[in-house]
Design a protein. Structure first.
Ligand code: IPD
Ligand code: CA
Ligand code: CA
Length: 271
């Protein structure tokens, strides 16, 4: 069986993210007429155009690889046969921001082998920041190594989270934990791109992140970028993280225990 080179996959992910990001930058600020996937979940023409560019770019470079993309679902390898590598694509993470002309969104691309993410890239085309990682090689921002922060106390920490699109139907699933962190951390942000949130954690702008109900394409690249930058990524209970687990707790490491304790208290009904 042919082996894969995580560095080559990371570099390809970075190039593809830059191309799709340029398309998004071009479309940013125009008057979009988004469609609704559900009550508050939007999709624009640019989500679809970016995704088409990425799926075609992967098929051209890697005809033996499979793809799972947010808007169009699973794609078998164009060359046929079983795929050794599966790419996970979020063509526009932060669609609500994009549709409202709020400049915080990105492209997220990851490559997975045997259910392990081995390479990934996330690109913010507004700030021209390209985050990337390959398994065992560390994480970078525009080619320079990055590391998580060293903050160890929640009261000194800047945390970030997000809310799922069915928050109106189940606010009680989200709000107690949000409140529990809000009254303990130095600050809590919600800025609408889980992929960029993870990258900001990886480079020390944020110290911890939690979110419910994320999809594999939201977290695949970002979770590797956090780990390779020295951070921790698990489920809410500290158990092994899976990209399809829907819940994620990510931190700089020292804050992981304190954040798990807040989650456990909140789950048991304490404030
Ligand atoms: C969303 C963003 C947001 C998060 C949502 C995601 P989308 O992705 O990452 O920050 O809170 O849960 O679905 O829909 O903009 O690709
Ligand atoms: Ca997303
Ligand atoms: Ca998206």
């Amino acid at each position: 069986m042919p082996s894969v080179d995580p560095v080559a996959l990371r570099d390809a992910a970075g190039e593809l993210a830059l191309e799709a990001g340029a398309l998004l930058r071009d479309g940013f600020g125009r008057n979009h007429a988004p469609e609704r996937k559900s009550r508050i979940d939007l999709v624009t023409e640019y989500d679809r155009r970016s995704e088409r560019m990425l799926v075609e770019g992967i098929a051209r470079r890697f005809p033996t690889h499979a793809v799972l993309a947010e808007e169009s679902g699973g794609h078998a390898p164009p060359a046929g046969g079983p795929a050794l590598v599966r790419w996970l694509i979020d063509p526009l993470d932060g669609t609500t921001n994009f549709a409202h002309n709020y400049p915080f969104f990105g492209v997220s691309i990851a490559a997975e082998v045997a259910e392990t993410v081995v390479a990934g890239a996330v690109y913010d085309p507004v700030r021209e920041e390209l985050f990337a990682a390959a398994h065992g090689q560390g994480s970078t921002l525009n080619g320079r190594p990055i590391r998580v922060s060293e903050i160890a106390r929640l009261e000194d920490a800047l945390l970030v989270t997000g809310f799922p699109y069915d928050v109106r139907e189940h606010p009680e699933r989200i709000l107690p934990l949000f409140k529990a962190f809000l009254v303990r951390a130095q600050g809590v942000r919600r800025d609408g791109s889980a992929a960029l949130n993870l990258c900001y954690l990886a480079m020390g702008r944020f110290d911890g992140f939690w979110e419910d109900d994320l999809a594999p394409w939201d977290v695949a690249a970002g979770s590797l970028i956090v780990r390779e930058a020295g951070g921790s990524v698990t489920g809410y209970d500290g158990g092994a993280f899976r990209i399809d687990a829907r819940q994620i707790l990510a931190s700089n490491g020292p804050l992981h225990g304190p954040m798990m304790a807040v989650i456990a208290r909140s789950a048991s009904g304490e404030e």
